[in-house]
Write a protein that binds this ligand. Structure first.
Ligand SMILES: [Zn+2]
Length: 305
C-alpha cells in the first residue's frame, strides 16, 4: 500500500476512532487544529521506547478470563518522541520508590496482583539521560492515564513549567483517587506533588504541534479517561502507542478485554479500532507485551516499526 495514501487514510481513521469512543472536540488550552486537512511540512519526528522493569503478574490480569493463574512477566514501557528540536514524553513508568520498596509504596494488595521488579537505573529521569535530556528539557508530557506504572514518575516534573496533558475525565478520576487515599491502580503518593505540576486537561483529539504528527486521542475502556498517542515518524510506519488500551497483541487479535477495565465493551471498541488502523499500515504498539518487546529497539535507538 503506498505510504502517502495509507498515512492520509490512517489519520482519517484515527479521527473516526476518536469519534467512536469519545467526543471529537477542541482541546482545552492546546494548539490543536482538528479541522485542518493539509498540515504544514512536518518536522523530523522519531520515537524512542524505554523499559522500566517488569511486573510479575498472571495472564487473567492482562487478558480477561484467559489462562487463569498462569504466571506472566510483563514489561513496563514509556516513550520519548523527538519533534524537530522538541522532546515529548508519553508516560513515565514507575516511581523511583518502586525500585526501593515496592510493597510499601504500592501496597500489599496491588503488589499481590502486580509485583514490580525494577532497578534504580530504570527510572524515568535516569533513562532519558541516554537522549541527553533532563525532565525540565521536555516540551510536554502526555499521560495515557493515571495508573501507577504510567504516571508513577511525574514527580520528576515538580517545579517545572512542563505541561502534562491528560484527558480531563482522567484528571477528575485521579483527584477522586487522591481524595480517597487508598492504594489501587492509582497510587495517591504518585500525585502528592500535583499542586507543583503544570497539569492541563484536554477533551478529545489533541494535536500537540498542530501538524498531525503527535496526536493524543481518547481510548476509554481500560479507564474512563484513557488516551493513546499517534506518532507519525519521519521514517517507517506511523505508530499508535496504545498504552493500556492494548496491553498485548493478543488482546487486539482476539478482541480480549484487559483484565482491569472501567468499561469492558468500550475497551473492546478501542481494540477494534486498533485492528482497523493496523490494516492501513499503522504499527499498534502494546504497552505490556513481553514477546513484542523482546524484538524491539529500546533506549537511545530510534524505535523502528
Ligand atoms: Zn493502566
Amino acid at each position: 500500500m503506498p505510504s502517502q495514501i495509507s498515512r492520509r487514510n490512517f489519520l482519517t481513521l484515527a479521527g473516526a476512532a476518536a469519534l467512536s469512543v469519545g467526543a471529537l472536540a477542541a482541546p482545552t488550552g492546546s494548539r490543536a487544529q482538528s479541522g485542518k486537512t493539509s498540515p504544514a511540512p512536518a518536522a523530523d519526528v522519531a520515537a524512542y521506547a524505554f523499559l522500566c522493569g517488569i511486573l510479575k503478574t498472571q495472564t487473567q490480569y492482562m487478558l480477561k478470563d484467559t489462562r487463569v493463574g498462569t504466571p506472566f512477566d510483563i514489561p513496563v514501557t514509556f516513550f520519548v518522541v523527538k519533534h524537530g528540536k522538541d522532546w515529548v514524553a508519553f508516560d513515565t513508568g514507575n516511581n523511583a520508590m518502586v525500585a526501593k520498596d515496592p510493597v510499601a509504596y504500592w501496597g500489599e494488595p496491588v503488589t499481590k496482583a502486580y509485583y514490580p521488579v525494577m532497578k534504580d537505573y530504570e527510572e524515568f529521569h535516569v533513562q532519558i539521560k541516554k537522549l541527553g535530556i533532563a525532565p525540565k528539557d521536555l516540551k510536554a508530557v502526555i499521560l495515557s492515564h493515571g495508573h501507577l506504572d504510567h504516571a508513577g514518575a511525574i514527580d520528576n516534573l515538580k517545579g517545572t513549567d512542563v505541561p502534562i496533558y491528560l484527558q480531563q475525565k482522567e484528571i477528575e478520576i485521579i483527584k477522586k483517587a487522591v481524595a480517597d487515599g487508598k492504594k489501587t491502580a492509582y497510587i495517591p503518593e504518585d500525585f502528592k506533588v500535583m499542586d507543583q505540576l503544570n497539569i492541563k486537561g484536554v477533551d478529545g483529539v489533541f494535536d500537540l504541534f498542530g501538524d498531525q504528527t503527535v496526536v493524543a486521542f481518547p481510548t476509554p475502556g481500560h479507564t474512563e479517561g484513557h488516551q493513546s498517542l499517534l506518532v507519525k515518524q519521519s521514517k517507517g510506519h506511523p505508530l499508535v502507542l496504545a498504552a493500556d488500551a492494548m496491553y498485548t497483541l493478543e488482546n487486539m487479535q482476539d478482541a480480549i478485554p484487559p483484565g482491569l477495565a472501567w468499561d469492558v465493551p468500550r475497551s473492546v471498541q478501542a481494540l477494534y479500532a486498533f485492528k482497523a488502523m493496523k490494516y492501513i499500515g499503522a504499527e499498534i504498539v502494546p504497552s505490556h507485551d513481553p514477546d513484542y518487546w523482546k524484538t524491539k529497539p529500546v533506549g537511545s535507538k530510534v524505535f523502528e516499526a
